[in-house]
Design a protein around this ligand. Structure first.
Ligand code: FES
Length: 161
């Protein structure tokens, strides 16, 4: 058992995938991003325990790992929902009531931007223009686009997921 494994032996978190990932990239340089991508692929996000464990094994300050994880939008430090709702806050959508759409979603789901519902069903995110300005205001749920929205239409759309 390695030093890092001993420290975490009592912890119920499953560290085995992190060990496998670090083994895969062992001896290579500049692997922080691919290592984080691989960890996120396994857990669906970057769990704090996994990052601390990886930092210890890589003999890298955990702040460096967090620096990378928080810099890139592709990384998520919190668990994400089964469905990702992206609300466009680009100019065209903003002008046509995007903020009201966001408010309606926050209220319906009971969460804020960047948060996930307790049942892990939905994550709410805000994005810049998604290229469907003619349909403003627009949201995307996973890969589906919904346009010309009103706060009243939101409820039914979300209920279908
Ligand atoms: S501004 Fe929302 S789709 Fe372009």
């Amino acid at each position: 058992m390695t030093e890092a494994q001993k420290c975490y032996a009592e912890d119920p978190f499953d560290y085995a995938p992190v060990d496998e990932i670090l083994e895969r990239f062992r001896g290579q340089k500049g692997t922080t991003i691919p290592v984080l991508q691989a960890i996120q692929e396994v857990y669906g996000y970057l769990p704090r325990q996994a990052l601390q464990y990886a930092a210890k094994k890589l003999k890298t300050p955990v702040s460096r790992i967090y620096g990378v994880a928080t810099f890139y939008a592709q990384f998520h430090l919190q668990p994400r929902g089964e469905n990702i709702i992206r609300v466009c806050q680009g100019t065209a959508c903003h002008v046509r009531g995007g903020a009201k759409i966001m408010e309606a979603l926050k209220e319906q789901l009971g969460i804020g931007v960047g948060e996930t519902t307790k049942d892990r069903k939905f994550t709410l995110e805000s994005v810049a223009c998604i290229g469907a300005c003619g349909l403003a205001p627009v949201i995307m749920i996973n890969n589906d686009t919904f346009g010309r929205l009103t706060p009243e239409k939101i409820k039914e759309i979300v209920e279908n997921y």
